[in-house]
Design a protein around this ligand. Structure first.
Ligand code: AOF
Ligand code: ZN
Length: 340
C-alpha cells in the first residue's frame, strides 16, 4: 500500500510538530500527528509535550472531536497499544472512527508495541515506514536506548593541536575559546545526563549545568552523574541545587550505564578526564566523539585519553569523521571535529 501527496505533506508537517521547541527531553519520544479529511485537508494537529502528557494522536483527536470520523491519521511513530501514563492510542483512534493510519517509525518499545496489528484487526487501513529515516533521526537516542538497553554515549573533550588536555603543571583552563565553551553548553542541553568521574569533581570542581545564556534555555537541567568509589567532598559545585546529582558507586562503565538506563536516561555526555575516557573506550562504550581542538601547542602534559596500552600503529582505534567546523570566538578560534 502506498501513500498519496497529501499524506506525505502531512507527514512532513507531523515531523515538524514532533520537534516543537520547549518540550523537555526524554524519557518519552517526540511524536507529531496530523489528521486529514478524505479530501486531504487538515482537520487537526497534535504533538507530544513530554512524559505524562497526552500522546500526539490523543492531542490531535481531542482537537478534532467528531470530525475525526472517517479521517486519516498521519503519525511519526506507530500508535501505542498499551495503557501507561495515558490510554492506548490504537483504541482511541478506533473509537474515534479513524479509517486509515499512516505512520513512520515502528514502535519497538516492548510495552507499547502492537498498535498497527490492533488497528488492522479493527479494520483500519495501516501503512508503515513512511519517511522512517527522518522520524528515527528525531528520536535517535530514544531508539538507541530501547534497542541497546543502555544510553547513547557522546564523549567530549578539548585539547591543544598536539592532543594535550592539560599542561605539565596540571593547568587545564582555558584550552578552548569562548566559542567552543558555548558550543559545549549547546550540546549539553541536548543530552539528559552529564557524566564525570569522582576524581574530576575533587580536582576541577565543575558545576556541570547548562548555562542560562545558552541559545535555547533548557526546560530541565540534565542529570549530573558522578561515577567512582571516592566520596564527594561537601561544598563541591556539583552538589548545588541547580540540577539533580547522582553518585554512581562503581568503576565499571557498563554498570554505570546500566544504572542510568534504569533511570530512563538515553543520552550521556561524557565529560570526565583521561581515565574515565579510557575506561569507556576500552569497554567499547563510546558511540560518538566531539573534539574541540585549540590552535595551541604544549609539547608535554596529559593527553585526552590515558594510556590504552596500544604500542603499535596497527592496534590504533579508528574513528570516522562526520563533521568538521571552525568555531570563531572573540578570543580565538577552535576546530570542532565530530566522529563516530
Ligand atoms: C509518547 N508520546 O505521542 C506517543 C508515544 O509513558 P507513556 O505511557 O506515555 O508511554 C510512552 C510510550 O508510548 C513511548 O515509549 C512509545 O512507545 C509510545 N508512544 N509516546 O510519549 C506519543 N505516540
Ligand atoms: Zn500512544
Amino acid at each position: 500500500m502506498t501513500t498519496n501527496d497529501a499524506e506525505r505533506r502531512a507527514m512532513r508537517r507531523a515531523l515538524e510538530l514532533a520537534v516543537t521547541p520547549g518540550v523537555p527531553l526524554g524519557p518519552n519520544p517526540r511524536v507529531g500527528c496530523v489528521l486529514l479529511a478524505p479530501d486531504g485537508s487538515t482537520i487537526a494537529e497534535g504533538f507530544h509535550r513530554g512524559a505524562g502528557t497526552p500522546h500526539a494522536e490523543a492531542a490531535a483527536l481531542a482537537e478534532a472531536g467528531a470530525a475525526a470520523r472517517g479521517a486519516t491519521a498521519v503519525v511519526t511513530l506507530e500508535p501505542c497499544n498499551h495503557t501507561g501514563r495515558t490510554g492506548p492510542c490504537s483504541e482511541a483512534l478506533i473509537a474515534a472512527g479513524v479509517r486509515r493510519v499512516v505512520f513512520a517509525q515502528p514502535d519497538s518499545n516492548p510495552i507499547a508495541v502492537g498498535g498497527a496489528r490492533r488497528l488492522r484487526e479493527a479494520g483500519v487501513e495501516v501503512v508503515g515506514a513512511e519517511m522512517i529515516e527522518e522520524a528515527q533521526a528525531i528520536n535517535r537516542t530514544w531508539t538507541f536506548a530501547l534497542m541497546r538497553r543502555r544510553p547513547f554515549v557522546t564523549w567530549k573533550f578539548a585539547t591543544t593541536l598536539d592532543g594535550r588536555s592539560a599542561a605539565a603543571d596540571g593547568t587545564s583552563r582555558w584550552v578552548s575559546s569562548t566559542a567552543s565553551r558555548r558550543d559545549t553548553h549547546r550540546l549539553r542541553a541536548q543530552c539528559d545526563t552529564m557524566l564525570v568521574g569522582s576524581g574530576t569533581v575533587v580536582v576541577d570542581d565543575p558545576e556541570l549545568t547548562v548555562r542560562d545564556d545558552a541559545d535555547e534555555p533548557v526546560a530541565v537541567q540534565p542529570l549530573r552523574a558522578v561515577m567512582g568509589l571516592r566520596d564527594l567532598p561537601a561544598g563541591r559545585r556539583i552538589l548545588n541545587d541547580r540540577a539533580e546529582t547522582v553518585h554512581l558507586r562503581t568503576r565499571d562503565p557498563r554498570e554505570a550505564l546500566a544504572m542510568l538506563h534504569e533511570r530512563q536516561r538515553q543520552h550521556v555526555f561524557l565529560e570526565g578526564g583521561p581515565t574515565l575516557a579510557r575506561a569507556f573506550l576500552e569497554a567499547d562504550l563510546v558511540d560518538e566523539v566531539v573534539a574541540y581542538v585549540a590552535p595551541m601547542l604544549l609539547g608535554s602534559g596529559a593527553s585526552a585519553v590515558a594510556d590504552l596500552g596500544i604500542t603499535t600503529m596497527t592496534d590504533a582505534l579508528h574513528l570516522h569523521v562526520t563533521d568538521v567546523t571552525v568555531l570563531q570566538g572573540h578570543d580565538g578560534e577552535d576546530t570542532n571535529v565530530r566522529l563516530t
